[in-house]
Write a protein that binds this ligand. Sequence first.
Ligand SMILES: [Zn+2]
Ligand SMILES: [Zn+2]
Length: 444
Amino acid sequence: MNKRELKELCIKTIDENRDEIIRIGNEIYKNPELGYKEFKSTEIVKKAMENLEGRLETEIAYTGCKIVANEEKQGPRVAIIGELDSVICADHKDANELGNIHACGHNVQIANMIGAAFGILKSGVFKHLDGSMEFIAIPAEECVDYEYRAQLQKENKIKYIGGKQEYLYRNGFDDTDIILQCHMIGLEEGKECIINTDTNGFMTKMVTFIGKSSHAGFAPHEGINALNMAELAMNNINAQRETFKDEDKVRVSMVISNGGDLVNVVPSKVTMEIMVRAFSIDAMIDANKKVNRALQAAALALGGKVEIKDSIGYLPMKGDRNLGDIYKENMMEYLNLTDDNFIMEYKTAGSTDLGDISQIMPCLHIWSNGITGGLHTEDYKMRDEEKAYILPAKMLALSLIDLLYDDAKQAKDVIKEFKPFFTKEEYLKFLEDYVATHEFNYID
Ligand SMILES: [Zn+2]
Ligand SMILES: [Zn+2]
């Protein structure tokens, strides 16, 4: 079969499995689970993969699963990935009792990944390709729920808070050469997708202010108010904002995760989660230093103590332009589109753990239309099931065929032209170097 015939067979197979792909996407939507808690979601994906040809693996990064095919072939390996985890947005009408909701469209990603797997594996197309392929349901893209993940780290169940970091650390990507992924976004009428994306990176911190409790009514002077320290810290951080350069896209976000217990007791312990984002690694480190100074100053002012646990969150993403071109070509051919239907470049202050991997190997990250409303908001809504669930599945599968057809020439070109910032080992060392605990104690 020539490439055209393979692509046609692939599309036909995806169309034949249309209802099943949409069903899987909707089933995951109805079972939103936060990162590293995606047990039910993994089960759903596993069931869908069980009847496909290939080697099935589960618990790939604590949760998650994948199927690998054509392992015996020599050529490069292309992975298509879908993320498993939900976010929390309790105001969303479909949120479950925990507030969990797939308002970042990861359920759609899973449907895209499974749909592509059907197109390549169920059709038998894979036998005609000169390389191997894997379809991965990967956990924990959203960097949230730190306390739960810290507990998993303590129990040695995970090492990293990001699912792709964890999967890489567990040697998951050792045989992978290229990664393809789609993410949902709402776009203006006439635009089908965003091809190339660069994102910023971020650091996370867990902050604990320690003071001294006392009766809030008759002896507040005997206490050291940890909540007041947190309030000062937030003001100190806000005073830094004018020093952040526009081009660095610095964002500092914070929440108080525990603000004290009883209102008639001066709070002796208050915890905060803080995220520091920036577009370059240097800017990230600079902003992080300023935030730590702000936290330290708050403890000093009230004679309390602050403990700051720093870790690198995700690194800036650099989407692979060659992969972007391949995806775009398929969109143009399949849908009869023109250049006007694409947004070619997108620089965003959001972050993803695909950023880390994009510093090591060529990664495609497409923002695909099909929903309305903002990501992570109560307005997020599926607009067009065909566009969201089915179209990206086809385009990812067709791109995989392009990459691995005819001695995998295109994949080899992409790999040859890619300039990695890190090897896997250098990357893991970088993460280690920036994980630190700082303590400033001003209690007499
Ligand atoms: Zn998200
Ligand atoms: Zn997302």
